[in-house]
Write a protein that binds this ligand. Structure first.
Ligand SMILES: NC(=O)c1ccc[n+]([C@@H]2O[C@H](COP(=O)([O-])OP(=O)(O)OC[C@H]3O[C@@H](n4cnc5c(N)ncnc54)[C@H](O)[C@@H]3O)[C@@H](O)[C@H]2O)c1
Length: 384
């Protein structure tokens, strides 16, 4: 899904800009690659572009790739560790869809290995590149909101997701609605505020997928932060297929100075655009009345043939690729990796390992009925 909807078209655009040369896509089955190659949307946007196909085990593909190229990993969450490790062993930089891995120890192993070899590993948390996140970050860090105290976030994907490939991997033993999509908002709270999570509890409600597998398809998480603030995150695969928009999502952070309250509220689903079509679009989840997001990933006609991808989905991929090029062209690659870690705009194993801590604790919590799992130390309020 994400390869078709965001990653491959972004790399085609980067190819158009001359930043990327050849693209190879690897999958276990020929039909996965055929479906990508046959996509009408991709053909319409990039009539001149194709990828090389590599069917079989990704380890063989990685081993055949010349050193210091980039491996892009868009596999189910629990397979990321083995794949990133294999990419680093083949001396490749890596761009990994979120979440990087499922445990802190795995994140630390990747961080060490990558730094040792001078290879860049970037984690694709594209909501960071939504301008509203960058605006909030800048103003929060300038002190304009005081300090975060209490907040809530939600991201509910549409019901039809239950019928997709998710039912084969997003099952109770591997992942859950919070690990899959809740991590976006945990990451954003740190990205905006700089606070760190210190404890997590997640209550999950199990549902049966159409193929009979069980998944925690409804989750309610409580994340406590280093200053004592509390974020509640609700996630599910439940948003009605006939509802407008591809999902429902948003973030509210109530903040305060000593003398006044402050607020950050993002409606991440309704972004001010309303469409009503003459017929129901054929795409999964298509509705006659729609509230499309102009901000995540859209194709626009800017002339010159084909269509141009725009939005934070594209900008995120471009940013991570540019980080990779920055590392690759440096005489001291480790220094540039540390600079990128410190800047904190790209999520890296070193600067976003709190995400792995939260996911690891969340998995422990959800599997034990929602107990509180501690992951850090409270440091108290940071702003007066
Ligand atoms: N908002 C986001 O940032 C976002 C959105 C969607 C997905 N993702 C992430 O992208 C990743 C993939 O999600 P998706 O929605 O594209 O899922 P998907 O199920 O559509 O795609 C996963 C692909 O991996 C393949 N695969 C499964 N097991 C494999 C194995 N053992 N070896 C090799 N290939 C295997 C499947 O055949 C499929 O082609 C996940 O980590 C997910 O969390 C992120």
């Amino acid at each position: 899904m994400i390869t078709h909807d965001q990653i491959l078209p972004s790399f085609y655009q980067l190819q158009r800009l001359g930043l990327v040369e050849e693209i190879t896509v690897c999958a276990r089955h020929e039909q996965t690659l055929q479906a990508l190659a046959d996509s009408q949307q991709l053909k319409q946007a990039f009539p001149e572009h194709t990828f090389r196909s590599s069917v079989g085990d990704y380890r063989d593909t990685l081993a055949r790739t010349s050193a210091h190229n980039l491996a892009v990993i868009a596999l189910p969450d629990h397979l990321h560790f083995d794949t990133v490790t294999a990419a680093l062993a083949a001396d490749l930089h890596a761009l990994v869809v979120k979440p990087l891995v499922m445990t802190l120890a795995e994140a630390e192993t990747i961080e060490r290995e990558a730094l040792l070899k001078g290879l860049f590993v970037g984690v694709e948390y594209h909501k960071r590149f939504d301008d509203r996140s960058l605006m909030a970050r800048r103003k929060y860090r300038a002190g304009e909101f005081g300090e975060f105290r209490l907040g809530s976030a939600c991201l509910m994907e549409k019901w039809y997701y239950r019928h997709s490939n998710f039912q084969n991997w997003c099952t109770t033993e591997n992942s859950d609605a919070f690990a899959y999509i809740g991590c976006h908002y945990v990451d954003l709270v740190h990205f905006i505020t700089g606070l760190l999570p210190v404890s997590v509890s997640v209550y999950g409600v199990k549902d049966e997928y159409p193929n009979g597998n069980d998944g925690f398809l409804w989750t309610d998480a409580r994340v406590i932060w280093s200053n004592g603030a509390c974020l509640n995150v609700q996630n599910s695969l439940s948003f009605p297929d006939d509802a407008p928009g591809t999902n429902t999502q948003g973030l509210t952070l109530y903040c305060a100075s000593r003398t006044n309250g402050a607020l950050i509220r993002h409606s991440d689903q309704f972004r001010g655009v309303e469409h009503a079509y003459t017929a129901r679009p054929e795409a999964p989840g298509g509705t006659i009345y729609s509230e499309p997001s102009p901000d995540y990933f859209q194709y626009v006609d800017l002339g010159g043939g084909g269509l141009t991808p725009v939005g934070y989905g594209y900008r995120s991929i471009e940013y991570l690729l540019r980080c990779c090029l920055r590392v690759e062209s440096a005489s001291d690659r480790q220094q540039v990796i540390r600079d990128i870690d410190r800047e904190g705009i790209a999520a890296t194993p070193a600067n976003s390992r709190y995400n792995e801590q939260v996911i690891e604790a969340a998995r422990q919590s959800i599997l034990s009925g929602g107990t509180t799992v501690s992951i850090g130390r409270r440091t108290g309020p940071v702003r007066k």
